[in-house]
Design a protein around this ligand. Structure first.
Ligand code: KG4
Ligand code: ZN
Length: 356
């Protein structure tokens, strides 16, 4: 069975998405009643979800591997892939059960194609393809970063255009989302991603994996201005976080084995990162005349980054961030991306990829 082509358009009168996909010569219309089942396995979460009309989650099941990778201080790709293999069928069954829906009722199946860990991606993608073939339904391959953006469509009325700040474990980008089919990355990190910087600094000060959320928590009880850490000066809308990481390393060494003021270091680091992100995204929204600002990616769960970005509401912007459970990796965002975005890979022969 081969996907022949795909065609999408919008019904402007209602702004409802109507997507026609030809799958094995069979046209399928994706509209607001469509049920998309998606699988996500790009890193250390095995996830499956069923979403109706791109915005209403009927079931969202996530099996996290955090406990397994904790003892190694980071994700071990080979172990992660094996864990996905163990979990994937259970997760799919549980999703059908929670939504009280059978495979025959699903309009299309979606899976994450990349970027991510290849061995991990292969498990979820092949599971999604197999379901599409078994139930004779369309298959839609999804870019993980588009999925993070689409987390903002869940339970909201968000429509493009908007400016997005995407902050995850592997990426940091400012994106102009001009429409569902046109996006432009206007800035990105030239070295570490924000999530990566959080995790590395957390390790430096002795916090266990995954460090980001723990660092965020410690920062609550610290003084944000205890230490002046350097904000990198990078042209335009690009970012750099490796200098900041080195500055924290130097600060830690300066204590020469004495007890570290961990909370103050966390708060000062968090202040530095969040104000850099805030300034750049505000500048981009102003310069390009966007009225809606969207935060996305695992680090969108960060309390101070959320607070600063939401403060743009006081300046007249409409601000969106995913609900906490849809910030880090999940499959509802993948289903929503399958519903809304155009630059997906509607091809059963699509291969996984590790980097963009
Ligand atoms: O988006 P995500 O699930 O993975 C990628 O697609 O890369 O994001 C995971 C990242 C990790 O680096 C994790 O430490 C970070 O998001 N993270 C946080 C918080 N929650 C998750 N970083 C800072 N503060 C948080 N509250
Ligand atoms: Zn992610």
């Amino acid at each position: 069975m081969i996907v022949l082509s795909s065609l999408s358009y919008y019904n402007n009168a209602t702004m409802n998405k109507v997507k026609n996909t030809l799958f094995g010569n069979k046209p399928v219309t994706i509209d607001n009643n469509s049920l998309i089942m998606a699988i996500e396995s790009s890193c250390d979460e095995t996830a499956c979800a069923i979403v109706k009309g791109g915005r209403t989650v009927l079931a969202n099941v996530v099996a996290s591997q955090i406990k397994i990778h904790e003892e190694f201080g980071g994700v071990i790709p080979e172990i992660a892939a094996r864990e996905h293999l163990e979990a994937v069928n259970v997760i799919i069954e549980e999703t059908f059960k929670q939504a009280n829906i059978s495979g025959n009722d699903i309009t299309a199946f979606a899976g994450t194609v990349g970027p991510g860990l290849v061995g991990c991606l292969l498990v979820g993608l092949n599971a999604a393809k197999s379901l599409a073939l078994a139930y004779d339904k369309p298959f839609i391959g999804i870019n993980h970063l588009n999925a993070h953006l689409a987390a903002n469509f869940i339970d909201t009325d968000l429509e493009p255009p908007f400016i997005a700040l995407l902050v995850s474990g592997g990426h940091t980008q400012i994106i102009k989302v001009k429409s569902y089919s046109e996006m432009e990355i206007i800035g990105e990190t030239i070295d570490d991603a924000v999530g990566e910087a959080y995790d590395k600094v957390a390790r430096l000060i002795g916090l266990p994996y995954p460090g980001g959320p723990k660092l965020d928590k410690m920062a609550h009880d610290g003084n944000s201005f205890a230490f002046k850490l350097p904000e990198a000066r990078v042209d335009g809308y690009n970012f750099s976080f490796s200098g900041l990481k080195t500055a924290v390393l130097r600060l830690v060494k300066s204590f020469d084995g004495k007890e570290l003021p961990v909370q103050d270091i966390c708060a000062s680091f968090q202040e530095c990162v969040s104000s850099t992100l805030y300034k750049k995204v505000k500048k981009a929204a102003e310069e390009f005349g966007y009225k809606q600002v969207v935060l996305a990616g695992g680090v969108a769960a960060n309390s101070e980054i959320r607070r600063k970005i939401f403060s743009l509401q006081d300046e007249g912007y409409k601000v969106y961030a995913p609900q906490m459970k849809y910030c880090t990796d999940n499959a509802s965002m993948v289903a929503s991306a399958a519903f809304y975005f155009e630059n997906t890979y509607d091809d059963i022969d699509i291969e996984v990829f590790s980097r963009i």
